[in-house]
Design a protein around this ligand. Structure first.
Ligand code: NDP
Length: 448
């Protein structure tokens, strides 16, 4: 993969130089700029107004100390981040990730991707992302609470219902959002929709928990139907066993597929009888245990150490729902050798650039994350709308809006790819369609 347009190639080099040691950020920039070559050529006014240069530079990066006290009375210090990347079309919006691998480059890559994803939803939300290198694994509830309170004590001065509205991501689920929201309310004395993914008793939206996984399946289903097929009777491999994976599994099963794998960062399970999702929810959501517990109940299922092997299991459809770069070229080849027909990304950038190229070159239908996993943030925007109007919608209303949004996103990606002579290339279509809306808004607002 390489950028041929001289202006964009030089811009990419500048980004790399200016942001050293941030390979994930460089990877995301390269993919987007490569897709935008045709746009740059057709719209020289964007170059003149510095739109490309501005869009790769975050509007603001906030980096802060997060001190907290563990259960043994020891002071611990983590690092917190919020990258407010682009507010051209609305308040910054994007999740918070708590994971030891978090650093500034990871948050920048996620924030950058978020700009285009949020644009694709058609809703008024800008791009942002945040998090910490804090590891929630093995911490008590009280430790999690103290950490979240300390994190919010600093973050609260930078966010707001009309400024920046964070949500969950890896390591930040309902429990963490509750503690973060409680601290925000205490410090600011405001009951507003400053976070999404809230509990239903204090302003959360029905179907938000399910939204990313369900949305992924609605997108995949639209893609499959466009090619004369569906989930019905298909075998599906899913990686991860967190929020996105669990609800992707649920919806795929409802749509008639048999899901046979799930994983966590230690290993993966294969159940050729179809995943028992009630058991998975009990293990992961209630007991917060490892996925390996599954085979203690279903003794005919298999557990394998290591994550990568999950892509060697034969399937029709693969839905990577764990983390970035989990599906590389070798895994893509294994899926192709086993006859995979579609790969749709539930996680953010789970497929490496080489893996993506291999899948596309071999005719595998490929749904890129910024389009296929946009259901979570879209439903977060619906949560914001409910909070602003002080109303709560029923599950069916939110779910049917979500489905409509995902089908629209699929249509937009197809149309943009076709318009720029890359029919069927949803990676290019998502980047172009996502970019154009933001670029138009930036252009209209002048050099700011
Ligand atoms: P969760 O924390 O709920 O689950 C993450 C899952 O991925 C866990 O099973 C975890 O295993 C596994 N995982 C995490 N890191 C790694 C790693 N380095 N290697 C292998 N497995 C790993 O997070 P979510 O389900 O919310 O998020 C999953 C992905 O989806 C992320 O890429 C996120 O950015 C993306 N996403 C999430 C949205 C949401 O609404 N939640 C919206 C859009 C995208 P373990 O428990 O062992 O860590």
């Amino acid at each position: 993969m390489s950028i041929k347009n001289e202006y964009l190639a030089e811009l990419k080099e500048r980004v790399v130089k200016r942001n050293p040691n941030e390979p994930e950020f460089h990877q995301a920039i390269e993919e987007v700029l490569e897709s935008l070559e045709v746009v740059a050529e057709a719209n020289p006014e964007y170059i003149k107004m510095g739109i490309f240069e501005s869009i790769v530079e975050p509007e603001r990066i906030i980096k802060f100390r997060v001190p907290w006290v563990d259960d043994n009375g020891n002071v611990r210090v983590n690092r917190g981040y919020r990258v407010q990347f682009n507010s051209a079309i609305g308040p910054y919006k994007g999740g918070l990730r708590f994971h030891p691998s978090v650093n500034e480059g990871i948050i920048k890559f996620l924030g950058f991707e978020q700009i285009f994803k949020n644009s694709l939803t058609g809703l008024p939300i800008g791009g942002g992302k945040g998090g910490s290198d804090f590891d929630p694994k093995g911490k008590s509830d009280m430790e999690i609470m103290r950490f979240c309170q300390s994190f919010m004590t600093e973050l609260q001065r930078h966010i707001g219902a009309d400024t920046d509205v964070p949500a969950g991501d890896i390591g930040v689920g309902a429990r963490e959002i509750g503690y973060l929201y409680g601290q925000y309310k205490r410090l600011r004395n405001e009951s507003v929709g400053v976070l999404t993914g809230k509990g239903l008793s204090y302003g959360g939206s029905l179907a938000r928990k399910e939204a990313t996984g369900y949305g992924l399946c609605y997108f995949t289903d639209a893609m499959l139907r466009d090619h004369g097929t569906s989930f019905e009777g298909k075998t599906v491999c899913i990686s991860g066993s967190g929020n996105v994976a669990i609800y992707a599994c649920e919806k795929a099963q409802t749509l008639g597929a048999k899901v046979i794998t799930l994983s966590d960062s230690n290993g993966y399970i294969v159940d050729q009888n179809g995943i028992d999702l009630d058991l998975v929810k009990e293990i992961k959501e209630v007991k917060r245990q490892r996925i390996s517990e599954y085979v203690k109940v279903h003794t005919d299922a298999e557990y394998h150490e290591g994550c990568k092997g999950v892509w060697t299991v034969k399937c029709d459809i693969a839905l990577p729902c764990a983390t970035q770069n989990e599906l590389d070229e070798e895994s893509a080849q294994a899926l192709i050798d086993n006859g995979v027909m579609a790969v749709c990304e539930g996680a953010n950038m789970p497929t490496t650039a080489e893996g993506t190229q291999k899948l596309q070159a071999n005719g595998v239908l490929f749904g890129p994350a910024k389009a296929s996993n946009a259901g979570g943030v879209a439903t977060s925007a619906l949560e914001m709308a409910q909070n602003s109007s002080r109303l709560s919608w029923d599950f069916e209303t939110v779910d049917s809006e979500l489905k409509k949004i995902m089908e629209n996103i699929y249509g937009k990606c197809c149309d943009a790819a076709k318009k720029y002579n890359m029919e069927g290339n949803l990676v290019a279509g998502a980047n172009i369609a996502g970019f154009l809306r933001v670029a138009d808004a930036m252009y209209a607002q002048g050099v700011v």
